[in-house]
Design a protein around this ligand. Sequence first.
Ligand code: CUA
Length: 155
Amino acid sequence: MRVHRYETAFLWVGALMLVMFLGALAYTSVAMGIHLPGRDARIVPEEVRGEPPFDRPGLRQVGENRYELVIIASAWTFQPSEVRIPRGAEVTIVTTSTDVIHGIHIEGTRVNMMVIPGQVARNTFTFRDAGEHLLVCHEYCGFSHHTMFGRVIVE
Ligand code: CUA
């Protein structure tokens, strides 16, 4: 069987792309630790407020220039709705939902998280510049979805 050389070239391009995508998948999951929430990151939505760290929502210092920001999302508020962060701080956002699926996007940053009831989501970001960011819910979560927002102030 004779395969046309263009066809051969396209097969090689396809195979190369497959290898590149698998490589990217392996790199992000192993080296960068990006993966779906596992069993250790499950939580009962009705008991969120009694479970650490969600029993103390807000910003907490965990090391030199390192902070943990615990946010509870529920229809239709974020708790806390306003956060003040020191400039240059490395902040790990830990969040979950008590009811339906919400989202967290901090405007002007790459922080963009799905907040799924029953699962705990984490994301680390360094706030290098002072300023005010809108924190919005970007998953439609019901009647007052459009009123679900907060503020992140880097000072
Ligand atoms: Cu919460 Cu939309």
